[in-house]
Structures are given as C-alpha cells and as structure tokens.
Design a protein around this ligand. Sequence first.
Ligand SMILES: [Zn+2]
Length: 281
Amino acid sequence: MPELPEVETVMRGLAARLEGKTLRRAALARGDLRRLIPPGFAARLTGARVTSFRRRGKYILMRLSGGDSVLIHLGMSGRMAIHGPHDTLPPPAKHEHLVMETEDGWRVGFIDPRRFGLLDLMPTDEEDAHALLRAMGPEPLDDNFTPAVLSAALKNRKTPIKAALLDQRIVTGLGNIYVSEALFRSGISPERLAGKVAGARARLLVPAIKDTLREAIAAGGSSLRDYVQPDGELGYFQHAWKVYAREGMPCERCGDNPGCPGISRIVQAGRSTFFCPKTQK
Ligand SMILES: [Zn+2]
C-alpha cells in the first residue's frame, strides 16, 4: 500500500506532466470506487486547467482553474499510468476507472483493480475541511512537526508506539513500512507504550521519521524519466529497506554481534512489524 513517499513520488510525476495543462477530456468508467464519485465529476474536470498539486498524508489534491480540487487516493492497489502524445498506447487497461487527456496530447489513467482507492471533488479553499482530511495530524516533513508536538500527541497514550504512529491523527502519511523503518532508525522498540516515547525518545524519533521519508522520496525519482516506468506507470522503485520484510536477515546495526538474532518479526494488531530485538528499546 502506498505510503507518504510513494504518494509524493506519484504526485510529483503527475505535476511534472499536468501542471499548467488544460484537460481536453475526462471520462469515468464507473460511478464509484471505495466511495461514490460525485455526480458531474468528469464534466467539472473537462476544460479546466490544472494549476497545482498538493499532497496531504496519503492523498493527492489536484487543483483546477475553476476553483475545484480533485482528491485522489490510491488505496491498496491504485496506480496512475501516463502516456505522451508520441507514445504507443497500450491496449485499454482493465480497471482503468478515470482517463484524463490534456490539450497537448498527454493521457493519464487511474487504474485500481481492488477499488479501495477513491476520487472526490471539493472547492480548493475547503480542502482542509474535507471529511477525510480535517482530522489529520501534522505532516511529518513540515517544520511544525517537532519532538514537542509529537510528545504532546503521545502523552499518556497506552497503545504501542507502532500503533500510535499508524494513527493518521497523530502524524500523517506513515504506514506499516515506514513506521518499522523509523523505529529501527531511532532505536525505539515497536512495543514501547506510546506515552513513554514522549520526551527524550521523541527527540530521536522525529528526525528518524523525517530522514526515513526524505531518503525514500529521494530514491523514488528525481526526474520525470524516473517517475514514468516503461509501461507508462507513474511509480516508484522499491528501494532497500533496513528492516521491512527482512525477517531472519542480518541486522545492519548489529552486524555479526551474537547478541542480535537478526531482523525479527512480530504481529501487532494483525500487521507485521520488523525490528532489531537487541538495539530497539
Ligand atoms: Zn540488531
């Protein structure tokens, strides 16, 4: 499931090709995904110019000249495919729910086989009041996400820190992968009670979260060529995680230290957590 760095990478890829362009056509293949797509959605996009993009948590907002913002959530399996005016178009993708074409011949499709994604429309000046966005916590890469802010949000919480960091009201954009990575980097056990991370450990955790996300974004792509894969899919390269999905593999921090059994896996709230049992306290 795409987390903040993947969504950021997809958004930058869209921005590189759509910003400033007028949409000649937008068409929906169905009226709903995870939720109903608002009636008139395609008509509102058609003829509008794309002015800018914004990411909020795992959501992409595409702003249009008429004052609308399009909300895009990739869900579990959603992806965007982009083709230029001189590309040979592949056969129509199954599960392509939205197609947008620019006046200069670019074509962007939203493909989502499992339909956990969503598309919505709202006035740009009311983005933050949207039902899915209004309760969101701080953006982890913003300067206002500080150890003090995280400490205040975690104070007295009795859930494990792993669960707290997945809670989008505490901090947005993190999922199972980057929570495991950031906790490893900060040396904090995923099982530690969130309330006990406030203070000194939050001063380790906040920079660990920021560095983990920044490195993943940097690995995702630095030019349009990086963003667009040969099949037109706007995506990201799965880069080298230090703990995620590495159960039983050597731990980078401990090396050959016999005290570390290697990267270990536990299940918390039904989801896997990967960590070093030796150094994460
Ligand atoms: Zn270790």
